[in-house]
Design a protein around this ligand. Structure first.
Ligand code: NAP
Length: 205
């Protein structure tokens, strides 16, 4: 099964395309989206309330029978939420019998050697690093293999053509009063509008 980890602030069509592409290419039975709770690398920055990000992820994935959303990190916000704890949770839930693929952005994977218990993480889970076109795969490979040649074996890189959408782009467009139609599902656009999200975000975007 795939575990799609991300801040999803907000979720967009790029995330959905990546998850579907990985599901098909790796023949996964399902992809569980896990919006971050209180991630250790963002303690100083502003991130939208986890409940909003969870609900937008539910809205965005509702039409795909292979997609579900987990609250495992949303409900753990009192503490820092580390990926190792999430992967252990799913590993235990499936009695260690599930083949786990953690899917996230290549920029996040670039720092994987700083993540808590990364050696255990790489031993119990495969990693799929999704990149946008133009991303330097060499940079990812060089950085990881220089620190740990073994680590690269568990990390696969997947380039998604034509996907220049980012959460940053959406936040900046909303903040500037520009439309975000066709960048994220209409239900997410409506949720953002109804809850007045990202209206005054110049300092973050
Ligand atoms: P981020 O720094 O916000 O994003 C880095 C890049 O990756 C951005 O370009 C982002 O684009 C993209 N990205 C993020 N999630 C993606 C996904 N699922 N598929 C494709 N692209 C994605 O990264 P983040 O969202 O905070 O963290 C990603 C995951 O790594 C989370 O599950 C987080 O918990 C985990 N992580 C764990 C640790 C740890 O355990 N110590 C440390 C760092 C990260 P968008 O902005 O458009 O999404």
């Amino acid at each position: 099964m795939g575990i799609m980890g991300g801040t999803f602030d907000p979720i967009h069509l790029g995330h959905l395309v990546i998850a579907e592409e990985v599901r098909i290419q790796f023949k996964l039975d399902k992809v569980v989206f896990v919006p971050t709770g209180n991630p250790p690398h963002k303690v100083t920055g502003h991130v939208t309330d986890p409940e909003h990000r969870y609900l937008m992820t539910v809205l965005a994935t509702i039409n795909n029978p292979y997609f579900t959303v987990s609250r495992v990190e949303t409900d753990r916000v009192q503490a820092l939420t580390y990926t190792i704890d999430t992967i252990r949770f799913f590993n235990n839930y499936y009695d260690g019998k599930a083949n786990l693929y953690f899917i996230t952005g290549a920029d996040a994977i670039l720092d994987i050697l700083t993540w808590k218990d990364y050696k255990e993480l790489l031993s119990i889970c495969h990693f799929i690093a999704a990149t946008r076109p133009g991303y330097s795969l060499e940079k990812l490979k060089d950085t990881i293999s220089a620190a740990s040649p073994d680590a690269l074996r568990n990390i696969q890189v997947l380039e998604i053509p034509g996907m220049q959408i980012s959460s940053t782009l959406i936040r900046s467009r909303v903040s500037a009063g520009k439309p975000i139609k066709y960048l994220t599902p209409d239900s997410v656009t409506e949720y953002i509008s109804k809850n007045s999200l990202y209206r005054n975000e110049q300092e973050r975007v």
